[in-house]
Ligand binder design. Structure first.
Ligand SMILES: NC(=O)c1ccc[n+]([C@@H]2O[C@H](COP(=O)([O-])OP(=O)(O)OC[C@H]3O[C@@H](n4cnc5c(N)ncnc54)[C@H](O)[C@@H]3O)[C@@H](O)[C@H]2O)c1
Length: 434
């Protein structure tokens, strides 16, 4: 089937590549000329393991092409996925201007039936607004459908998630839309046995916001427990392990740390709180989740302050800039909270990240970036761990302790066993552990 995907970012590019690999013909559209030029040269604008090879394979097979023209995308396919950004807007409300723009452009250009599929994460009832927009801007009386197909992939394992999803959710209002989406996903359903859930559009939209908000709640819950652990002399790692063995709870997303970040959780929780408020429900639980998350960063900052006493002129090695390992994405990453604060306090920073350095440099071009982890910590007064990269967990702690000026680690990801670190003469502060 021919499929157009508008928005060629983390979601659009991975989804498009996945559809092409399944045998569909895909046109990826983006209004960022630089991105499309890169892709045409088979250079990836984002980092995702395995993506480059798969894009190359499918471009060479003639199954995927790139364009900046939304008109071309509209002509190319009956089904148009919208995978543009929905960043936080005014007071946490999702900014839906890019989604609206795509709806308008497609409506103005289409001359026969089109199915517009929301792939972007959008608040409930966006489908209704999209339908209104398309109806308003249609030049002639052409039939169309709107559907929702929320995306659950995770950066860092995006391709695996795309080919082996836990579930596929489609929100549809017509037989035609259902048939088209089922045809697209049929190869995955047949191969993996994954369940395809069909529901109405509002339920599909809500499934995504509710899922992300629940995961964020789990993280904030264990972070709140970590604070109690610190006060009570308990170890949050042991508590979380004990909790997680209960199958109803599970271990995942029970890692205490510096709090959640990234392009999804913070903005999706914000948008869910805002949307609920708008339609008449004060989602106090999620407001608390947000507060706890922010509090974790402040709490870690206090640990830094407490340990160093004076931050000015202290050499601090920042280990990890990405919001999580396996990606170059720095949106809402903890590094974006700590780096400006530490700079303001007069710290002498050196920064290390194996993948996200380039993205961070775009914001902070003049900082001291080190490509070698050991070089980054050499002569430092403190190492601050913000991303749980494997390189950091595998570091030779003995060597690290000897090469620092004062061997101090502030660990925002609870990466090491405290006794082991201390056996190397390193002062070690982590989250929720005695
Ligand atoms: N990144 C994730 O892990 C993830 C996971 C699930 C869902 N989502 C959701 O998917 C959506 C996209 O996220 P992303 O991380 O891929 O964002 P992104 O910023 O990486 O990509 C969005 C792309 O859309 C393009 N764009 C914006 N307006 C356009 C227009 N009018 N025409 C053509 N292109 C346009 C931008 O240039 C950009 O390349 C968001 O709603 C996000 O919440 C993201």
């Amino acid at each position: 089937m021919n499929i157009s995907i508008v928005g060629t970012g983390y979601v659009g590019l991975v989804t498009g590549t996945c559809f092409a690999e399944l045998g569909h013909n895909v046109m990826c559209v983006d209004n960022d000329t630089r991105k499309i030029e890169m892709l045409e040269k088979l250079k990836m604008p984002i980092y995702e393991e395995g993506l480059e090879d798969l894009v190359r394979k499918n471009v060479e097979a003639g199954r995927i092409q790139f364009t900046t023209s939304i008109n071309e995308g509209t002509d190319f396919a009956e089904v148009i996925f919208i995978a543009v950004g929905t960043p936080p807007g005014y007071r946490g409300q999702a900014n839906l201007s890019y989604v609206e723009q795509v709806g308008r452009y497609v409506a103005e250009h289409m001359t026969s039936y089109r199915l517009l599929v929301e792939k972007s994460t959008v608040p409930v009832n966006t489908g209704e607004q999209l339908k209104r927009t398309v109806t308003k801007y249609l030049r002639e009386d052409v039939p169309f459908d709107v559907a929702s197909n929320p995306e659950f992939l995770r950066e860092g394992t995006a391709l695996k998630d795309a080919f082996h999803p836990d579930r596929i959710v489609i929100g549809v209002e017509s037989e035609r839309a259902s048939t088209l989406l089922r045809e697209i996903y049929n190869p995955i359903v047949e191969k993996t046995g994954c369940e395809l859930l069909e529901m109405n559009i509002a339920s599909a939209e809500l499934t995504k916001h509710a899922s992300n908000s629940f995961l964020a709640t789990k993280i904030s819950f264990i972070n709140a427990v970590s604070r109690v652990c610190e006060l009570a002399g308990a170890d949050v790692e042991q508590v979380a392990h004990g909790m997680g063995l209960d199958h109803r709870i599970g271990h995942r997303f029970l890692n205490a740390g510096v709090g959640y970040g990234g392009s999804c959780f913070p903005k999706d929780v914000d948008a869910f709180v805002h949307l609920s408020d708008q339609i008449g429900y004060d989602f106090k639980l999620l407001r608390e989740v947000q507060k706890i998350n922010h509090g974790q960063r402040e709490h870690l900052m206090q640990k830094i302050q407490h340990e160093l006493w004076v931050i000015q002129n202290k050499k601090i090695a920042i280990l990890g800039l990405a919001f999580k390992p396996g990606t170059d994405d720095i949106r809402e990453a903890p590094s974006l909270y700590f780096v400006p604060q530490l700079l303001e306090a007069g710290a002498d920073l050196r920064l290390w990240d194996p993948i996200a350095e380039g993205k961070f440099r775009e914001l902070y071009p003049d900082l001291d970036y080190r490509s070698d982890l050991m070089d980054c910590v050499k002569d430092a007064d403190m190492a601050l761990i913000l991303t749980d990269w494997p390189e950091v967990s595998n570091i030779d702690l003995g060597k690290l302790g000897k090469s620092m000026k004062t061997p101090v680690i502030i660990d925002g990801r609870n990466m090491y066993d405290p006794d082991t670190v201390r056996s190397h003469g390193i002062t070690y502060h982590s989250i929720g552990r005695p």
